[in-house]
Design a protein around this ligand. Sequence first.
Ligand SMILES: C[S@@+](CC[C@H](N)C(=O)[O-])C[C@H]1O[C@@H](n2cnc3c(N)ncnc32)[C@H](O)[C@@H]1O
Length: 214
Amino acid sequence: MNDIQDAYDRWSDSYDDAPNPTRDLAHTVLRGLLPARRLDGLDVAELGPGTGAITEWLSAHAARVVAMDDSARMLARARERIKAPHVSFVKHDITAPWPVDSHAFDLVTGALVLEHVQDLKPVFAQARRALRPAGMLLVCEFHPFRQQAGKQACFVDPKTQRLRRIPAFHHDLSELVRAGLEAGFTLRQLDEWRDDGAEKTESPRLVSAVFQAR
Ligand SMILES: C[S@@+](CC[C@H](N)C(=O)[O-])C[C@H]1O[C@@H](n2cnc3c(N)ncnc32)[C@H](O)[C@@H]1O
């Protein structure tokens, strides 16, 4: 087990309850960018569902959701939350070839997972393979300016009662865009997100990108 899996396993019991403005904003952003009516009947792959909050919302509209996460305990929480025949949770490292058919999905989406991936290329390549022609890839991620300011996913480890920082990798905005373009996507939309009332001089908390398969 690597350090990231171990950390998320240990965070799983408190992930939903502890105050977390990054998580909350990411969920709001995804819901806003994916209006329910546009999800109706879609086949969706989700990356890093964690405890399944976004999965639950996707599953209310989509025809099928396959959610892949590398933490067994996060997935256990997600499975407790959603028991629906059209939703499957798969323990899988998204940097390895995905256990799904090619051209099987209309939408690939995920939040707050790519910061834990060092090389974005395999993930974008798998998303492109998994998507049908003109399929959409929507990601919402921790903004690199925040990382440059020293921020990082962290939680109080219940075993040690100490703050534990989860290994994360820096991706410039241009790197995110380039990974999509080089994998065969067109960039449809790029947005940066701040907390309500935050000054423009503050770094955005999140970046989201909508890509479409060429
Ligand atoms: C910050 S949580 C986000 C969970 C959920 N998307 C949300 O917004 O609440 C990051 C999730 O990504 C998963 N993750 C990190 N690296 C991964 C990888 N290489 N493959 C699959 N899942 C990964 C973690 O196990 C964790 O559940």
